[in-house]
Design a protein around this ligand. Structure first.
Ligand SMILES: C[S@@+](CC[C@H](N)C(=O)[O-])C[C@H]1O[C@@H](n2cnc3c(N)ncnc32)[C@H](O)[C@@H]1O
Length: 221
């Protein structure tokens, strides 16, 4: 009996163990300490919701991601590439432009990019989109950076790079915006700010996987 069922393009759910999986683009290789699982000739990688906010949002039932097999993606805050690696498994005919400003984490990330052919790393700040203006218009903009002006940085990139009809996926860390306010208040503030500039189509609070974080899905009309 099949154990893995289709959820979204390139994303599968293993009902018995309640895990989320992608098809491993580099069979036999792990990126972090994720579990590998084989069904027939296909090898899957478990996508840990405690290590990736996108997996946490999927586990909490997010209704859409906008990511397809052939999507062009701009990813802000790649770190060493845990989440990027799963998106790379999904976009087998697409491409990911990944921005990270820390030279230390970029070093590890580059090793992964050498093995996977659909990722281009940029050592740049997401706050200066003019420094990576060679990136084309994209179908999906993803941001996961713990900065005070998370929404402002996201909107700058949204205006410059996201196609009409494209999706924006934004992970928000409440404590980076204002430690004195309750996360719930911050999430409401972010929701209002986003809705003034775009359309929020889904939203999830990420606990217990990520404390004081929320995940917003917006669509550019
Ligand atoms: C929470 S980690 C990202 C984890 C990663 N998205 C994942 O799920 O695998 C945030 C990363 O954003 C990077 N970052 C923070 N501010 C940034 C900026 N302005 N431009 C580029 N990267 C930034 C940090 O160096 C850090 O590696």
């Amino acid at each position: 009996m099949k154990q893995l069922n289709y959820k979204f393009p390139g994303i599968f759910v293993r009902e018995k163990r309640k895990g989320i999986y992608t098809i491993n683009a580099i069979p036999g290789k792990r990126v972090y300490d994720e579990r590998l699982f084989k069904e027939g000739k296909t090898e899957y990688r478990q996508w840990d919701p405690e290590r990736s906010k996108l997996s946490a949002a999927l586990t909490k039932g997010i209704s859409q991601t906008g990511i397809n097999e052939d999507s062009l993606i701009l990813y802000l805050g790649s770190a060493s590439g845990t989440t990027v690696s799963h998106i790379s498994d999904i976009c087998t005919k697409g491409f990911i432009f990944a921005i990270e400003f820390s030279p230390r984490v970029m070093r590890d990330f580059i090793f992964m990019c050498e093995k996977r052919k659909n990722i281009a790393p940029f050592l740049e700040s997401a706050n200066h989109p003019e420094d990576y203006s060679q990136v084309p218009q994209v179908d999906v903009l993803y941001q996961d950076i713990a900065q005070r002006d998370q929404v402002g940085i996201f909107m700058k990139n949204y205006d410059k790079f996201l196609k009409k009809g494209g999706f924006g996926l934004l992970a928000i860390k409440a404590r980076s915006i204002d430690v004195t306010k309750k996360p719930k208040q911050i999430f409401k503030q972010v929701m209002d700010e986003l809705n003034q500039k775009t359309t929020v189509v889904d939203y999830r609070v990420l606990d217990p996987y990520e404390k004081d974080h929320a995940f917003f899905v917006v669509k550019k009309k």
